[in-house]
Design a protein around this ligand. Structure first.
Ligand code: NAD
Ligand code: DAO
Ligand code: ZN
Length: 369
């Protein structure tokens, strides 16, 4: 079939809107009509060329929601009409990783997903007879896409696509980092570096679990109001702090943060996040994705004296199990999404969504098909 898609033709170039060809689902695959997709910093990271795994030409997008239109042979858990969120971290429930409660990094289709291909090693998308790469196994910048069954979460059919698409990445990553990765306790003190689409969700996750102190750190003073809107108790702009930021934050948190979260992708900030964690027990969680080849550093004594450095992908969530629950939390009013969707665009304006991200004007732009 012919579908409408934003094609990433080359690194550093704007996306191009084309009619592309999409083959139907093969065994274990599902055809999904994408109704809405968020534009995440990670799409920008790949499009810019900074992503060492970036492949072109490709159909990017990994934060979508839609409806099942057709299923391939052997698909048992989904049927036509089901509402779904595609998962860039699948959940096969059978591999060594899925069977280990310590991780959410299902490896069932990791190799082909990283090659921009479906699990059988081929692509379903093509343009004028030439194959296009899939992206993160999801490719939601097309109004129809084919996704493996194990990479689809079935969700409440009453949930609005243009809001819950954000659960496909930003919301789950931020809230999950607090609940699944840090397992933060009520009454804890936390510092969140970077108050964008991810950091604000870390803040609302901390509010949800009953953190006592939530310090937000951002260079952009406009983010103060945004952070407070979701539960931040203190705001720090590093450029306005006299002297070093780390001792300032240690003092503010009365000895250091129980938990700190880096939501930028800046290796210098990652160090600050670790070093503002409390001696003896503070944990620092890296969420931001740093550019190709970058490295982190600290004095090992920081770890010897009881701080720990950890990372999280997709908030440690097991998508088919956890994403439907997060959709329900949204429907029950336990978490907020609507105010973070600052811009809604048509597919033809998708490049404007990237511009809004660059200028810092948007928290999340969503493309509605
Ligand atoms: P964003 O651009 O919306 O937000 C980043 C924020 O950091 C902005 O508010 C900016 O003003 C602030 N900032 C930039 N430099 C700063 C500095 N030196 N000190 C303090 N504040 C600074 O980005 P986002 O969409 O929230 O994504 C954040 C990061 O998370 C990205 O690296 C993205 O790729 C990554 N990410 C990771 C996962 C995962 O599973 N680990 C998932 C999604 C996104
Ligand atoms: O299993 O090796 C693996 C790959 C896991 C990829 C997880 C990606 C998480 C970070 C990228 C940000 C996603 C939007
Ligand atoms: Zn698995």
């Amino acid at each position: 079939m012919d579908v409408r898609a934003a094609v990433a033709v080359e690194a550093g170039k704007p996306l191009e809107i084309h009619r592309v060809q999409l083959e139907g689902p093969r065994a274990g695959e599902v055809l999904v009509e994408i109704k809405a997709t968020g534009i995440c910093h990670t799409d920008e990271f790949t499009l810019s060329g900074a992503d060492p795994e970036g492949l072109f030409p490709a159909i990017l997008g990994h934060e979508g929601a839609g409806v099942v239109v057709d299923v391939g042979p052997g698909v048992t858990s989904l049927q036509k009409g089901d509402h779904v969120i595609p998962l860039y971290t699948p959940e096969c429930r059978q591999c060594e990783y899925c069977l280990n409660p310590k991780t959410n990094l299902c490896q069932a289709i990791r190799t082909t997903q990283g090659q921009g291909l479906m699990p059988d090693g081929s692509s379903r998308f093509s343009l004028n007879g030439k194959p296009l790469h899939h992206y993160m196994g999801t490719s939601t910048f097309a109004n129809f896409t084919v996704v493996p069954e194990i990479a689809l979460a079935k969700i409440n059919p009453d949930a609005p696509f243009d809001k819950v698409c954000y659960i496909g990445c930003g919301v789950t990553t931020g809230i999950g980092a607090v609940i699944n990765t840090a397992k933060a306790e009520p009454g804890c003190r936390a510092v969140v570096f970077g108050l964008g689409g991810i950091g604000l969700n870390v803040i609302q996750g901390l509010r949800l679990i009953g953190a006592e102190m939530i310090v937000g750190v951002d260079l952009n003073n406009d983010k103060k109001e945004w952070g407070e809107r979701f539960g931040m108790t203190h705001f720090v702009n590093p450029s306005e702090v006299e002297g070093d930021l780390v001792p300032y934050l240690v003092d503010l948190t009365k000895g250091g943060a129980d938990y700190s979260f880096e939501c930028i992708g800046n290796t210098k900030v990652m160090r600050q996040a670790l070093e503002c964690a409390h001696k003896g027990w503070g944990e620092s969680i890296i969420i931001g994705v740093a550019g190709a080849g970058q490295e982190i550093s600290t004095r090992p004594f920081q770890l010897v004296t009881g701080r720990s450095w950890r990372g999280t992908a997709f908030g440690g969530a097991r998508g088919r199990t956890d994403v439907p629950k997060i959709v329900d939390w949204y429907m029950q009013g336990k978490i907020e999404i609507d105010p973070m969707i600052t811009h809604t665009l048509g597919l033809e304006d998708i490049n404007k969504g990237f511009e809004l991200m660059h200028s810092g004007e948007s928290i999340r732009s969503v493309v509605v098909y």
